[in-house]
Ligand binder design. Structure first.
Ligand SMILES: [Zn+2]
Length: 256
């Protein structure tokens, strides 16, 4: 499923918060524990709030809180920290202020995309790191997705090093590795190249959150196609073996 962009871009309040996905069970079951919310004013608020021109909605600070999975057999806790500001609505007694929370860190971080079970751990670890960085440092998140591609290509048997004339090992660039992979899987290679370009932007400067989400979506599609295709191939192979009651290799004689 593509990244649910609203989930990762919106702020939340005590009464209106997104249905974050539990990093342990994968369901959208995280509930905000109101008693865990802790807010502190920031330095700017402390030093400026006594000034004449101060307005209540200038107030800003930091917060921490816990979300808990509502499923009893999971009960995972996710700690969240970030920035808090005051917003206001017109109530019966005039303006009523309420806290608006902007999450920056989640620990453990929920997954933004579905990663197939057969996906290698080396790729999974880079995606998990990208998920943890998405709100605090989108550029670094894009860069970790670039690392996920490197790990994916290694798993696919694409060489990482080359031997120079001086008999020294040198890294093969990611771009060249994707070119090498193109002869085997041209469609996947094209998609990986797109993630690489986005990762490059992350390495060299600012990148919009939406572009990082694009990279997540493309990578999820490649993994889904690649590893579910493996699952299908294994299912067909098992069917053939069972039908023959032995190896599928024609040169192998079956014992009856
Ligand atoms: Zn859970």
């Amino acid at each position: 499923m593509p990244v649910i962009r609203d989930l990762w871009t919106k702020n939340f309040t005590k009464t209106d918060y997104p249905r974050y996905i539990c990093p342990r069970c994968g369901d959208a079951t995280l509930k905000l524990l109101l008693a865990s919310i802790f807010e502190s004013e920031d330095g700017s608020t402390s030093t400026n709030k006594s000034r004449e021109e101060w307005e209540p909605d200038f107030w800003a600070g930091r917060f921490s809180c816990d979300f808990k999975c509502a499923k009893d057999d999971c009960a995972e806790i996710v700690a969240v920290v970030g920035r808090v500001t005051l917003s206001a609505v017109h109530g019966e007694d005039g303006l009523e202020h309420y806290s608006e929370f902007e999450p920056v860190y989640f620990y453990p971080a929920p997954n933004l995309i579905d990663v197939p079970e057969d996906c290698p751990n080396s790729v999974r670890a880079e995606i998990a790191a990208a998920c943890a960085l998405i709100r605090c440092d989108p550029a670094s998140a894009a860069n970790r997705l670039r690392c996920a591609i490197e790990a994916f290509l290694t798993n696919e048997g694409v060489r990482r090093f080359t031997l120079s004339k001086q008999r020294k090992y040198a890294n093969v660039s990611l771009h060249h590795r994707i070119d090498l992979y193109k002869s085997k899987e041209p469609e996947f290679a094209e998609m990986l190249l797109a993630v690489k370009w986005l990762g490059n932007v992350g390495s060299h400067g600012e990148i919009a959150l939406d572009n990082v989400f694009d990279a997540f979506d493309i990578l999820e599609h490649v993994l889904e196609q690649r590893f579910h295709r493996t699952a299908e191939r294994i299912r067909v192979l098992a069917g053939k073996i069972n039908k023959r009651r032995g190896p599928v290799n024609k040169r192998t004689r079956r014992k009856r």
